[in-house]
Design a protein around this ligand. Sequence first.
Ligand SMILES: Nc1ncnc2c1ncn2[C@@H]1O[C@H](COP(=O)(O)OP(=O)(O)O)[C@@H](O)[C@H]1O
Ligand SMILES: [Mg+2]
Length: 326
Amino acid sequence: MAPAIRIDALTKDYAVGFWRKRPYRALDRLSLEVAPGEVFGFLGPNGAGKTTTLKLLMQLIFPTTGRAEILGRPVGDVAVRRRIGFLPENPYFYDNLTAEELLHYFGELFGQSAADRRARIPALLDRVGVGAERRLQLRKFSKGMIQRVGIAQALLNDPDVVFLDEPMSGLDPLGRRDVRSLILSLRDQGRTVFFSSHILSDAEALCSRVGIVAGGRLVASGRLSELLAFETRGWELVISDARPELIERLGARVSRTIEIAPGRYTLELPGDAAPEQLVAELTTAGARLVSVNPLRATLEDFFVRHVTETGAGARAAFADESHARP
Ligand SMILES: Nc1ncnc2c1ncn2[C@@H]1O[C@H](COP(=O)(O)OP(=O)(O)O)[C@@H](O)[C@H]1O
Ligand SMILES: [Mg+2]
């Protein structure tokens, strides 16, 4: 099967400077493929080149070199345009329209009949969680509500491939949860979703595969599970009913011991340890096993390390992640 999205050595130089224009390479030979039905997370800190890539795919700007295909056809192909949806990074709409009027307007642009639009639009606004406000002017909408209207707009033509630029930005925790479940329902319907984010937990919750960009270059890509498994650092055991002498006996086989409560401990084992053996020893001595977990690097650890290696300053970009704004 042809990939849903194929990006081949895509490069974009912007002309910067006022009098004397010089090229600034925002994207450097980016290549990647996304299979049909995949939820692909396009991750990177601010300024990495994510929006540039999405704009190139939407033909809002044009590449310096390289090419891209969607559904086996060159981007910009009219037949392809009908089958894709796009949420821009900071959607801005005519704010004297109501949510419903706006979607009717876009529906007309797509050539949808009035009957078709009347059937689809209320359901779509309900689905993104602004059904009750559909007769309200957009100027009265919060950032999060505008984002939801933008997602409805991106889904209006029932697209096979959906491109979302930072879909979770500006949303509160409930909004993020809603958008996540919406993306998963698109996946369940067999659609392909390509979304960008600088927030790693979004990708951890959603993606089958990710690509990580920094400084305009792809620094890693693959299945999240593989990228993370790669980084298993050790094991964490929680046990109860353990006597202190028992814990002392473990010695150097445990890299860290934390007493949570009398008799209850968290033990960290190094990555090369066999936790089964230690568990057997502990339970034979009368302790009870509460849990065993692999200690993995989070996607964020991975990210910071890779980006720091390429010198793109990920730490600064992530410093304000908890109240992330575009
Ligand atoms: N129109 C433009 N002219 C010049 N530089 C730009 C323009 N758009 C983006 N850039 C630069 O290109 C780089 C990538 O930007 P962008 O694709 O918006 O990153 P991201 O979406 O990952 O935050 C940044 O350094 C940004 O400043
Ligand atoms: Mg961006």
